[in-house]
Design a protein. Structure first.
Length: 86
């Protein structure tokens, strides 16, 4: 009997591994969100990854607009983890 593939799992990377970025200066809350996204990637859980990504966008944008991270940081995080930036 053939096992059905879980439609909420992917064997493809969920973020862009080729973008290198130093996280050491980021606020702890962003590091936690990034860690959660990377954990979802490890298990191929694209559904929860897609649910968590907007949280990274909102938090990072808030930190950028308040001068805690740079525009470069914000755009790089969105490009690496979401494939987009505005």
């Amino acid at each position: 009997m053939e096992q059905k593939k879980d439609p909420f799992k992917s064997d493809k990377p969920l973020y862009d591994y080729s973008i290198e970025y130093d996280y050491s200066h980021l606020p702890e809350s962003l590091k936690i969100i990034i860690s959660e996204l990377e954990d979802f990637d490890k298990t191929g859980d694209w559904f929860n990854y897609d649910m968590k990504f907007p949280e990274l966008d909102i938090e990072a944008k808030s930190y950028w607009r308040n001068g805690i991270i740079t525009e470069y940081d914000y755009k790089t995080l969105l490009k690496k983890y979401g494939g987009i930036y505005d």
